[in-house]
Design a protein around this ligand. Sequence first.
Ligand code: T1G
Length: 691
Amino acid sequence: MQAVSSTLSGNIRVILIDNPPVNATSQAVRAGLLQAMEQAGADGTTQAIVIACAGATFVAGADIKEFGKPPVDPHLSDVIHAIESSDKPVVAAIHGSALGGGLELALGCHYRVVDAQARLGLPESTLGIIPGAGGIPRLLRLAGVEKALDMAAGGKPIDAVQALEAGVADALAQEDVRGAAMAYAQRLLEQGRGARRTRELPAPAAPATFDAARDRFRASHRGQLAPQACVDVAARSVSADFDAAVTYGRERFRELVASPQARALRHAFFAERVATKPAGLPMEEAKPVRKAGVVGAGTMGTGIAMCFLNAGIPVVLVEQNEKVLASSVETIGKTYRNDVAKGRITADTQRARGEALMPTLQYESLHDCDLVVEAVFEDMGVKQQVLASIEENLRPDALIATNTSFLDIDALAAGLRRPENVVGMHFFSPAHIMKLLENVRGKRSAPRALATAQALGKRLGKVAVMVGVSDGFVGNRMLARRTRECYFMLEEGALPEQVDRVLCEFGFPMGQFQLNDLAGLDVAWRNRQSRLDRLSEREVACNILDEIVAAGRLGQKTGAGFYTYDAQRRRSVDPAISELIVRNAERRGIARRVISDEEILERCLYSMINEGARILEEGVASRPEDIDTIWLNGYGFPRFRGGPMFHADQIGAARICERIRHYASHAGAQYWTPAPLLLAQARDGGAFHGR
Ligand code: T1G
C-alpha cells in the first residue's frame, strides 16, 4: 500500500493520503506528497488539486513516535511550501481531525472544505512543542491573532462551524467531503479563481505588545514553556516577514522538542493509550450497554447517571428516598438547562436526555438493564444488601458495577449468586466531569464483565484504567500516603499554606489542604474515624483534623476549613488555623522546626512513588503507565512532569531510596521503607519505564 497515491478525475487530481491509523505525516507521506505535487504541477491535464485522506481522519499530525529521532528529509515545511506555491488551486478535503502538522498542511492548501463533524486544532503545546511548519503565521493570517493563540498556545481545537466562522474553512460538507471538495475545485475553475496563498495574505491587526497574552497563558498553563513559545512565534509573525517567522518557529520547535517537558508530555500521551488497553482482555466479548441502571441518587449516583445520559444511554435511576430522588432529578435538569444557556448543548439534546432518564423508587424497573452501577453509601453492609437487591431484579447475563472508592469488591460480591458478573467502577467526583475511571478487577470478575467495563469507559468519554483490589485501589492508596505525610509535616513545623504552595509550584492545580477543604473536612474526618483501628499510634495522635472539624470548620462549604473563604469562595490564610496547629504541637510536646520546601516536596512525592512501586509489585496496577495515567487524569499531577512514576525515573531510584532512608532515620522504618522494586532499580540502574 502506498502512503500517498494520486488519481485524475476529469481535470481534477485527487491526492490521497493513506497512512493508518491517523494519517500522520511520517516520512513516506511527506515524500509522497512532494512527489505527487511535482507530478500534478507537470501534468498538463490537471487543472486543480484536492488533497484528501483515506480512513477515519484527515492528517492528525506529525508522527509522534518519530520525535527525538534525527529528522529525515523532506521537512514538512518544505512539503507545505511546495503545496502552497502551486499555480493550480489546491483544496483540502478535511474529515475527522486535522491536528498539528495536519492542520498546518491544510493551511498551506489554498482552500479548505470541511466535513461538518470535523475538528481542527494545533495541539502541539499539549505535547510540549509548538507547530513546527508555519502553523501559527498562517493561522493568524486567516483567523486573527486571538483565535490563533487560543488554538496554538491554548491547545483548544475548533469544530467545523467555528472554522467556517473564523475563516479557516471555506465551505462545509454534510457528507462525502472528498466529493464536495472536488465540486468546490470545479467551481473555482469555472469562476476562474486560482491559487490563494495563505502566506501572501496580509498579517492581521495585532496588539502593540503580547504581554497580556503571555500573562494569560502563564496563568492558564502554569509552568509550561510551549504556550509562551507560541506567543513568541505569534509576535514574530506580525512583526517579521512570513519566511522569517516560519524559520523562527522551526528553531523554537527544535529547541522544545528535546526539552524534558516535551518528553514528559509525549510519555503522557502514549501512557494514556497503553493504560486504557489492558493486556489480555477479550474486548470482542464486551457487551453493548443499551440501557443502564444507577442505584443511589446521591452526589455520585447523580453524576454517574449524567455520564450515561451524556453518552446517549438511557438510565433507570433507583433511589429509596423520594426526596433524594427528586433533588437528583432537579440537579440533572439544572445542569442541562445551564448547558443549553451556555450553548454547550442544544434544546433537542436537553429534551432527549430528559426523556432518557427514568427515575424510580422500584428496583424492579432495572429488569431490562444491561449494566447497573451501585452508588450507595460507602458501607460494606449497606452495599452488600443493595447489590443483592439489584441482582434479584436483573437478567442473569446483566452486569453489576459497584462504585466504591475503598471497599474490597471481592467481599462485596461474595454473597451474590453470580459474583462473576460484578466489577468495580470507581468514578471520581464530580462524576460527569472527571475524566478518570478506575475499573476494578475482582478475583471472580469474568473477562467478559471486565471487557464491558473498559469498553463502557471509552463510550462514556472516560480514561478508564483497570486496577486490582486493594485498599484505595491505586489513586487513593497513593494519595493516602501523601496525605499522611502532609499532616505529619503540619505537626512538625509546616503550615497548610506552605505545603500547598510547594505542591502548586510543582504544578498541581491545588495543594493537599485546599483539596481537603474542597472535598469537605467532614468527609476526611469520617474516613479517618472509620479506619482508626488500622492507624498507627502516631497517626491516631495526629489529631489536627479532628480539632478543625470540632470547631465546625468543614471546608469550603462552611466558609472555613484549613483556610477561610468569602462568598466568592476566594481563599485566605486564617491565623486561627496557624495558632491551632502551633498549640496542638505544644500540647503534645512536639518541638516545631523549620521545614524546607525541598523536604515538603520530597516527602509528598517519594511517599507516593514508594507506594506506587509496591502497587506494581503486588500487581494491583499492571504497568507504570497505568499509575501515571491515573494520577494525570484523576489527581491533577502536572502533565508536563509525565506522572509520578515517570517523574521517579527522572530523579532516579538510587536518589529516591537514599532520601527514603534519610526520612526513615527520623520517622522510623514503619513510615519509610524503600519498596523492593525501587531498591532493585537502585542496585541495577533500572527504571519504571523502558525496563
Ligand atoms: N503520531 C503517532 N501515533 C499516533 C498519533 C500521532 N500523531 N496520533 C495517534 N496515534 C496513534 C495512537 O497512539 C493509537 O495507536 C492510534 O494512533 C489511534 O489513536 C509538525 C510537530 C487523532 C484524535 O497531537 O489526538 O503535528 O495505541 O487511540 O481516539 O507542527 O489520536 O492504536 O497503537 O487516540 O480515534 C499533533 C494526537 C502532533 C494528535 C484519534 N497531533 N492524536 O483519536 O484514537 S505534533 C496530535 C490524537 C505535530 C507539527 C507538529 C488522537 C486522534 P495504538 P487513538 P482516537
